[in-house]
Ligand binder design. Structure first.
Ligand code: SAH
Ligand code: SF4
Length: 390
């Protein structure tokens, strides 16, 4: 595993625009302090934060001049010192199945991808937490890209704002933002990066996503996916409280070491112990186990039975993901029959075992295919294979 620790990577808070501070992504307390430092009277600051949050996150406003419940002079002051900025859209691709993939440019010229997946009963935005990933899961395209840096809270929340702009989802007069028909109703942290290696920024961004004056999504509509950063799992429960998905992918340490190398640091047993202690676990708040189906590697009946034994007692759903191929990938997708047989064993043991339909394959938007076009530092197939054998 790479030795880079992303925790101390410098995170820029200011955007280049004339040195103005971006108000997007600041916690309530940070924004309060920022407004006071800019001359807002202390006794008004808390109320101003609430008003600004509603303009920014519920109405999608980017221009201070339209904030009619603020005095004209105050709007001018805000405009002089601050911006309300989002990442810039470089490309926007729409798949034949309606999936939308955005390539976004962030400060420093880096690029990240965000994917919107419409379904009958929901619209899910798959967001990225890092540029690239320090982990090197051998079946994942993002894992072949070097980590450039952690995303800031503004860049994480900004992905939601960009998608809402594009979906035209800002309330029309008389329409309440909590409308069940919301186009963007769910968030999954399943894009590029390992969210638990960018914990603080992901937490601050998700707090804005869950806040009633922010994006206002229920914590049960937000799912954080981790490859298994065991020490951060209790913090995710305590400080974010969202739903959890685990990239499990194997039923023995030997195979998991090869597929998800972080397993060498925290093995299956350590991971399962952390999951058993995750707060609020119940049949209505289950943990999702993601399991990528790789031909001849992890897809036998014996694997399915072992999986059932391992997770015994954990309220869980097993999401089977047919492997999405990418150029140079050292694996193949299991056959449909094999996936169905595997799903059947799990289902008969009492667990939901949905097979994830790959979405947006024609635009390389499916799970594990994300990798920004500017990052050409892809490892060779030989390098990946050497890592697997290690
Ligand atoms: N880093 C986090 C979140 C991003 S990956 C994590 O690993 O959990 C989102 C999901 O897609 C993970 O379960 C990941 O294992 C899976 N995935 C990665 N590459 C894939 C591929 N080529 N085909 C199918 N699923 C893949
Ligand atoms: Fe990183 Fe997740 Fe891909 Fe593993 S599967 S390399 S943790 S993005």
């Amino acid at each position: 595993m790479t030795a880079i620790t992303p925790d101390n990577i410098t995170v820029p808070r200011k955007l280049p625009e004339g040195g103005k501070t971006n108000l997007v992504g600041l916690t309530r307390e940070q924004m309060r302090e920022t407004l006071i430092a800019a001359g807002t009277p202390e006794r008004q600051a808390r109320m101003r934060v609430g008003q600004l949050w509603q303009w920014i996150y519920q109405k999608g406003v980017t221009d201070f001049s339209v904030m009619t419940n603020l005095a004209k002079d105050y709007r001018a002051l805000l405009a002089e010192k601050f911006t309300i900025s989002r990442p810039e859209i470089v490309t926007r691709q729409v798949s034949s199945d309606g999936t939308r993939k955005y390539l976004l440019r962030i400060q420093g010229g880096h690029e990240v991808e965000t994917v919107y997946i419409p379904e009958d009963d929901r619209g899910t935005l798959c967001i990225s937490s890092q540029v690239g990933c320090t982990l090197t899961c051998s079946f994942c395209h993002t894992g072949t890209q070097k980590l450039v840096r952690n995303l800031t809270p503004a860049e994480i929340v900004g992905q939601i704002l960009v998608a809402r702009d594009d979906l035209g989802e800002w309330p029309k007069p008389g329409r309440h933002p909590k409308d069940e028909t919301r186009l963007l109703s769910n968030i999954v942290l399943m894009g590029m990066g390992e969210p638990l290696y960018n914990f603080d920024n992901v937490r601050d961004a998700m707090k804005i996503a869950m806040d009633a004056e922010g994006i206002s999504l229920s914590r049960r509509r937000i799912t954080l996916s981790t490859s298994g950063v065991v020490p951060e799992i209790p913090r995710a429960g305590a400080e974010i409280g969202c739903m959890l998905a685990i990239s499990f992918h194997a039923t023995t340490d030997e195979v998991r070491d090869r597929l998800v190398p972080i397993n060498k640091r925290w093995n299956i047993e350590a991971l399962l112990n952390a999951l058993r202690a995750y707060p609020k676990l119940s049949n209505s708040e289950r943990i999702t186990f993601e399991y990528v189906m790789l031909k001849g590697i992890n897809d036998s009946d014996e694997d399915a039975r072992r999986l059932v034994r391992l997770i015994e007692g954990i309220p869980a759903k097993i999401n089977l993901i047919p492997f999405n191929e990418w150029p140079g990938a050292p694996y193949e997708r299991s056959s449909n029959n094999r996936i169905r047989a595997f799903a059947d064993i799990i289902y008969k043991a009492g667990y939901a075992s949905p097979i994830r339909t790959p979405r947006g394959e024609d635009i390389m938007a499916a799970c594990g295919q994300l990798k920004s076009a500017t990052e050409r530092a892809r490892k060779s197939r030989a390098q990946i294979e050497a890592e697997i054998r290690r």
